[in-house]
Design a binder for this molecule. Sequence first.
Ligand SMILES: C[S@@+](CC[C@H](N)C(=O)[O-])C[C@H]1O[C@@H](n2cnc3c(N)ncnc32)[C@H](O)[C@@H]1O
Length: 253
Amino acid sequence: MGEAGFDGRIATRVLTAANSGARERPLLYGRRRGRALRPGQLKLIREFLPRVAVSIPASGRIDPRGLFGAGRASIWLDIGFGGGEHLAIQAQTHPQIGLIGCEVFENGIVKLLAHIEHCRLENVRIFMDDARLLIAALPRASIDRVFILFPDPWPKRRHNKRRLVSRDTLDGLAEIMADGAELRLATDDRDYLCWMLEQIINHPDFEWLARRPRDWRERPQDWPSTRYEEKARAAGRAAIFLRARRWSRAPLA
Ligand SMILES: C[S@@+](CC[C@H](N)C(=O)[O-])C[C@H]1O[C@@H](n2cnc3c(N)ncnc32)[C@H](O)[C@@H]1O
């Protein structure tokens, strides 16, 4: 888990050395650990994780295509993949795509590791730290699709600033996403939905793709459900699905 300064739900600021000297990490809220891992899960972490883990090199820059073998058509990013159900199905359905998953919750990471090992998925890599650090390390226009599905809603007004979908995050994504790349968001929280829409609509580099209510009420066929979607439905809350496109960059003069 790198040099993460986390203890349960207490967020701490940690200084990291990156590129030119010490840089302050963004604050990250939420749990890193849940139930104690079973021996089989610990073995996965010890023996299998190093084969698929992504870390940021001393240069501070990551070449995403270099993480996978040759011949990946595109690279997709799943931010906060939870137990990895969505990511694993996408990876299985699209073996030609390289998928990078970001997650900080150890119990979720180990679930995805089990999927990857069981299904022998060759096209998944895992970044086990704050996705914003990875976004800052990826090259311009290198990512072809991004998923942020059911991010923590932080419903109390004083906690809204903890939300992952923010102007800063969208600025970072606009930088690393290729022209025409798609950003997929989902939530079951009405207030976060309005917040997300406001962020997207007001961002100069993104266009919300919905044309009619069906577009946000129904999950597209190529978008597998997640554990949090199932939880929302079981609790009687409707899930909403947003698709946005990164506008093409203006040609250089
Ligand atoms: C509510 S869960 C949703 C999980 C999954 N996407 C789903 O729909 O089932 C949100 C997840 O985002 C992760 N997360 C929150 N902030 C993150 C960050 N900055 N970088 C990576 N993961 C993050 C949390 O650890 C948590 O597992």
